[in-house]
Design a binder for this molecule. Structure first.
Ligand code: BGC
Length: 416
């Protein structure tokens, strides 16, 4: 407050400080509450603080963000939308369609976002030709995280096919550890299923989850995918039901479980625990999916605000998110890769470098698909219907894979 000289009273200074910091705050709704996620969130908070923007935290725990989206709906309905919201794929487009999102086009144009954000992401950052969200990363779901010592103990190489995967899981079971660290929540089972279906081929994945083709959803290949999913249930421990994803990661980190099938946010947990890729853990693409990527991108959508200072804070946040140096620093910690194509890979570990190379390769080859489990393949109603059938199948509620596939085709048709 030196600027105002000695004539300013303490009370006036307080009012000034309060109103300035209030006006420049962003209130951010997000679901980054695990250890690794919180570490990444701090990189973002610090970056914003450096740009003079304060942070009001609105965390809503729950992997995949379903609970966060429910909380968001309640806030908007009450006429009290947060400033900025972590959001995935089709949810962004839905809110944009409702006219709830601020237009970031002027900032995007001035900063040339269209030249550096991959087209697949722009499909979810823009609506009706306007930028409505700033992408902070690209995650992908077709990964498996393996405890290195547990893998070495099997005497087998990291699996590249379904049969090799089953052989490794069987050996781990014989060795007396839980082969698959898993949390029994619908979104986690759906995340595993992204990899299982992609392992049956990109064609099946695209036809079923993106084109919503009834024949692919209910056909023999999908039946086989469900049989594989049902088989995976035989490798989880008795307490899997309801477990949070980061606790399943911790089982692999501690050597209690052999592997976890999870998006690359899991790597954030390994890093937070001081584990090193290649030494303590191994990252592989879900067996049979090398060359293809099922992606999801966390983007920040800005909800319409009447206050010009709040609008300025939104622009400041959007710019800070899109800064290339920030995208490197943040994604190194988060486990994801940058949402810009011009960020060097130097700071990334081997799994991060692989993630960046795989993304570029899949994008060129036409084998980059939106993640069904994480809202980038179909709108929420279809996603939720898909979750229900997958979870029921995993928990043995259908006679076999064919019955599950028939139920999936029916559920998806009803949800559209
Ligand atoms: C988000 C990640 C998050 C994960 C688990 C995903 O949907 O994209 O950022 O870490 O859910 O919470």
């Amino acid at each position: 407050m030196r600027l105002f000289g000695r004539t300013m009273t303490a009370a006036a200074a307080l009012v000034m400080t309060t109103s300035i910091s209030f006006a420049e705050d962003v209130e951010v709704l997000h679901w980054w509450t695990s250890g690794g996620e919180a570490a990444a969130l701090n990189v973002l908070k610090d970056n914003l603080a450096g740009a003079g923007t304060g942070w009001v935290d609105m965390p809503v725990a729950g992997g995949g963000g379903e609970a966060a989206m429910t909380a968001l709906r309640a806030r908007v309905t009450a006429g009290d939308a947060p400033t900025a919201v972590q959001m995935l794929g089709f949810d962004i487009l839905d809110w944009a369609g409702e006219g709830a999102l601020a237009d970031l086009t002027a900032t995007a144009t001035a900063e040339g976002w269209d030249k550096v954000v991959p087209a697949a992401l722009q499909g979810f950052s823009t609506s009706d030709g306007k930028w409505v969200a700033a992408p902070v990363n690209v995650h992908s779901t077709n990964w498996v995280w393996i405890n290195k010592a547990a893998l070495d103990a099997t005497g087998l190489a990291a699996p590249t096919t379904w049969d090799e995967l089953v052989a490794v899981l069987d050996k781990m079971k014989e060795a007396g550890i839980t082969p698959l660290g898993h949390g029994g929540q619908p979104w986690q089972e759906a995340t595993v299923f992204d990899g299982v279906v992609l392992g049956m081929g990109g064609d099946l994945y695209k036809k079923a989850f993106i084109d919503l083709d009834p024949a692919a959803l209910g056909g023999p290949e999908m039946a086989e995918a469900f049989n594989r999913l049902i088989k995976l249930l035989t490798y989880v421990d008795d307490n899997f039901s309801g477990r949070d994803w980061n606790l399943a990661s911790a089982m692999v980190i501690n050597g209690e479980a052999g592997m976890q099938m999870m998006g690359d946010w899991a790597k954030g947990e390994f890093l937070k625990a001081g584990k090193v890729p290649g030494t303590d853990f191994v990252c592989i693409r879900f067996p049979g999916t090398q060359g293809s990527v099922t992606f999801n991108s966390d983007q920040f959508a800005m909800f319409n605000q009447a206050d010009p200072a709040a609008q300025e804070a939104q622009v400041a946040m959007a710019k800070a998110i899109m800064d290339p140096a920030f995208q490197s620093a943040f994604n190194v910690v988060k486990g994801s890769v940058p949402a810009r194509t011009d960020v060097p890979n130097d700071a990334f570990d081997d799994c991060g470098k692989k993630g960046m190379a795989d993304l570029a390769e899949a994008s060129t080859a036409g084998t980059l698909f939106g993640s069904m489990a994480h809202g980038h393949a179909a709108p929420a109603a279809v996603k939720n219907a898909t979750y229900d059938v997958i979870t029921a199948a995993f928990n043995g509620e259908y006679a076999d894979g064919a019955a599950a596939a028939a139920a999936l085709a029916e559920a998806v048709a009803a949800a559209q």
